[in-house]
Design a protein around this ligand. Structure first.
Ligand SMILES: CC(C)(COP(=O)(O)OP(=O)(O)OC[C@H]1O[C@@H](n2cnc3c(N)ncnc32)[C@H](O)[C@@H]1OP(=O)(O)O)[C@@H](O)C(=O)NCCC(=O)NCCS
Length: 187
């Protein structure tokens, strides 16, 4: 079976960005982002209530990485590598099928500057060439036009639309699934 086992944590560099491991010093920036309703508008997840929730979140992420279950990067500008501006990663994996789900978020001050595109390209390359994934999927709230346009721009194809399959905050929500095969980009 495919293994997600990297030691040390794989730091990625792009032209403007460094993608690195989450650490406890990112907690405040992460807390601000995960309770920002502009950022979270289409991310249907519990908002953190206290910084303690974020400490627990970071500990869990690092533990999941060590156990080979997920791989999530902090996004920072190369000039200010300690300052988290976003995150991207394979939060959920389906290793028997060489498949993983990618997710991302960015601080609104940096939107529409091609930052997630740059990070996404590096994560996709890493996913296919180093993890040896066969496919990458993304699960979006159908209202998330920005995320859909980003995925289409990177060659993802709509694979499914699930009606009211996800219960959050007292409502049943629809989900749209996008997928990218390794062969889609190596053609
Ligand atoms: C979605 C998000 C990650 C995009 O990040 P970004 O760095 O601003 O995106 P980029 O600048 O790399 O944009 C790449 C492409 O995505 C699309 N796009 C990005 N933002 C868009 C928007 N607000 N409206 C429409 N298309 C958008 C465009 O096709 C864009 O290409 P273009 O600039 O050449 O037109 C960012 O808006 C965000 O963090 N949103 C909140 C969190 C979120 O919803 N995450 C996704 C959960 S599934």
């Amino acid at each position: 079976m495919l293994e997600l086992s990297f030691s040390p944590f794989p730091v990625l560099e792009t032209e403007r960005l460094i993608l690195r491991e989450h650490n406890i010093d990112d907690a405040t920036a992460l807390f601000d982002m995960r309770k920002d309703e502009e950022v979270m508008r289409y991310i249907d997840r519990e908002r953190p209530k206290t910084i303690e929730d974020i400490y627990a979140f970071i500990r869990k992420l690092n533990q999941d990485f060590k156990q080979g279950q997920s791989l999530a990067w902090i996004i920072a500008l190369k000039d200010t590598p300690q300052q988290m501006i976003g995150s991207i990663g394979y939060w959920r994996t389906d290793l028997p099928n060489h498949r993983a789900e990618i997710g991302y978020m960015l601080h609104p001050d940096y939107w529409r500057k091609g930052i997630i595109s740059e990070a996404l390209k590096a994560s996709i390359d890493f996913g296919f060439n180093e993890i040896n994934l066969h496919s990458i999927n993304a699960n979006i709230n159908p209202g998330n036009d920005a995320s859909r346009a980003l995925l289409l721009k990177h060659g993802f194809v709509k694979e499914a639309y699930f009606r009211e399959n996800y219960y959050f905050n007292g409502k049943f929500l629809d989900s749209e699934i996008y997928g990218l095969l390794k062969s889609d980009i190596s053609l």
